[in-house]
Design a protein around this ligand. Structure first.
Ligand SMILES: [Zn+2]
Length: 63
């Protein structure tokens, strides 16, 4: 059994599992496009733009 990564519809975090570890949402989607890896939220323009507050992998767009 392989866990397919899904994207949180609430905060766009890439999640492996049933709930998002950032916002706790279980509203996840297998349909997403783009992938950004945020390593340093404090100094990342992309993180600011996407409203990301925790480092990790995020989808750019979630359907
Ligand atoms: Zn989330």
């Amino acid at each position: 059994m392989s866990a397919k990564p899904r994207a949180c519809r609430n905060c766009r975090r890439i999640v492996v599992g049933k709930t998002c570890d950032v916002c706790g949402s279980s509203n996840l989607s297998t349909s997403y496009s783009g992938l950004v890896i945020i390593l340093d939220v404090e100094n990342s323009e992309i993180a600011k733009e996407l409203g990301i507050r925790k480092s990790g992998r995020y989808a750019v767009k979630v359907d």
